[in-house]
Design a protein around this ligand. Structure first.
Ligand code: NDP
Ligand code: 2IT
Length: 459
């Protein structure tokens, strides 16, 4: 089992051995196999070029998490009944800095999902150029439909164990699916109460009134659009007038839409796990304001958008990839865009697919897009703006200071331009110009691998 059966490339013996071994050790972790395969297959030219990585068993080491924490999370529901969920933190790699990466609360969370996300995070964080190692955590708890009190009970219990494993020099978590401003607030409160510590950066994505960074909320979506803009420039194209499909309607999708509007593009779709809306007139600032209220305050469903605005259609149980558009920003979840979707996008004239989510395109979809010469940005490059701005939150907290929205946004923009350049130049250097997957993976990997070698076998 695993993606190796569907491979396009013939793997070198060493790389293939590492892949086979990780599949054999954990045969059920299919999302992890997928993420690992994508990285291993594309960094192979660098492994061949520099024998030191094989000599130092870097691949065998980098695919194995440094530490996995798994624990019981008991909490009380609104009827006073005790519920049990499972909590995780995969502290994957700390060669270049303290562990860093979000918490995801979603019923689909399991160890394989945590490992895929933690593994991706290593290379993403390296690409930001900030000193952050890779980690991911979370729980199979579903905040959807829960009362604020239930969410608080869960978050407090989660931190009663997690506080032992995190800290500004150890591991600095943040949000991800199902973990936004409300959840980070409860977790930060619990951490502060238990440890009596304040003013150190133990979590990012904090509210601005208690140490958060301006523009962190916007950063992932903005960053994805900045990255797409850079890709378009390589083809002498621009955002202006382009129609864009966005999936999801959470944090990443919301601010991808906002930046698209600001740069003169026309976002026409949003979705959630129940279906998608198509607004041919385009989602403008006013309609986006409604979405922010609907999703972040009322915690409603995207279907309601189609009930509020004229000329908008809602398709239940479908993804938006069949709508004709120039650009696509999959920004909901893993494997939400498959081979067939990619073919339809191409048929409809799509010129760029930029991942806001982590691993939203299947390996087969990536291959179809790349063969058709569609600009394709892998999430670890194009959604790195979120964690990069988390890194900037850490910097501001260390200084006991804050920067203006414009200062943070300008730094975020600069980081996204640099990530694009690193991925673009590295792909060219290794003989596959335009292959952002290869470029991002090799550029992210080399720094981590060299840090591991420098720190010796036991680090
Ligand atoms: P949110 O929880 O804010 O929003 C998630 C959105 O995706 C919701 O609209 C949700 O719909 C939808 N969704 C979630 N799971 C599924 C599913 N299984 N099938 C269909 N739709 C689904 O999360 P974010 O916006 O923060 O995260 C979205 C993606 O971006 C994730 O892949 C995340 O890992 C990635 N990411 C997030 C970063 C951040 O800073 N927040 C940084 C980098 C990447 P519903 O309400 O129905 O569940
Ligand atoms: O996938 C990701 O990069 C995130 N969810 C953000 C992590 C962070 O530490 O800000």
């Amino acid at each position: 089992m695993g993606c190796i059966e569907r491979r396009e490339r013939t793997l070198d013996k060493y790389v293939e051995g590492v892949y086979k071994s990780l599949v054999e050790k954990d045969p059920l972790q299919k999302e992890f196999h997928q993420a690992a395969y994508e990285v291993l297959a594309t960094i192979e030219p660098a492994i061949k070029k520099f024998p030191k990585y094989q000599d130092n068993a870097i691949l065998e080491r980098v695919v194995e998490p440094e530490r996995i924490i798994q624990f019981r999370v008991p909490w009380k529901d609104k009827d006073g009944k005790i519920q049990i969920n499972r909590g995780y933190r995969v502290q994957y790699n700390s060669a270049i800095g303290p562990y860093k990466g979000g918490f995801r609360f979603h019923p689909t969370v399991n160890l394989g999902v945590m490992k895929f996300l933690g593994f991706e995070q290593i290379f993403k964080n390296s690409l930001t150029s900030l000193p952050m190692g890779g980690a991911k955590g979370g729980s199979d708890f579903d905040p959807k439909g829960k009362t604020d009190n239930e969410v608080e009970s869960f978050c407090t219990s989660f931190i009663m164990e997690m506080y032992k494993h995190i800290g500004q020099f150890v591991d600095v978590p943040a949000g991800d699916i199902g973990v936004g401003a409300r959840e980070i607030g409860y977790m930060y409160g619990a951490y502060r109460k238990i440890t009596n510590l304040h003013g150190t950066c133990v979590l990012t994505g904090k509210g601005v009134v208690y140490g958060g960074s301006l523009a962190r909320t916007e950063a992932t979506g903005y960053g994805a659009v900045y990255f797409c803009d850079e890709m378009l420039k390589t083809k002498k194209e621009s955002m202006k007038g382009k129609t864009a499909l966005v999936s999801g309607s959470g944090n990443v999708a919301q601010y991808a839409v906002q930046k698209l509007i600001q740069l003169g593009a026309k976002p026409v779709t949003l979705s959630d796990s129940d279906g998608y809306i198509y607004d041919p007139a385009g989602i403008d600032e006013k309609k986006l304001e409604y979405v922010l209220e609907l999703k972040n305050v009322k915690r409603g469903r995207i279907k309601e958008y189609a009930e509020k605005y004229k000329g908008v259609t809602y398709e239940a149980k479908k993804t938006p990839w069949g709508v004709k558009a120039d650009l696509a920003f999959p920004s909901a979840t893993q494997n939400e865009l498959n081979e067939k979707d990619a073919e339809i996008l191409i048929k409809n004239g799509c010129i760029a697919v930029t991942e806001g989510a982590n691993m939203p395109c299947t390996l087969e979809a990536i291959s179809v897009l790349q063969k058709a010469k569609v600009l394709y940005a892998p999430g670890k490059a194009s959604n790195a703006g979120g964690v990069a701005t988390s890194g900037l939150e850490m910097v501001q907290n260390s200084q006991r200071y804050f920067w203006s929205f414009e200062e943070v946004d300008a730094k975020l923009h600069g980081i996204m331009v640099n990530i694009h350049k690193a991925a673009y130049d590295t792909a060219k250097l290794f003989g596959e110009p335009g292959n952002y997957v290869m470029g991002a993976n090799i550029a992210g990997f080399l720094k981590v691998a060299d840090a591991m070698i420098a720190q010796g076998v036991y680090a």
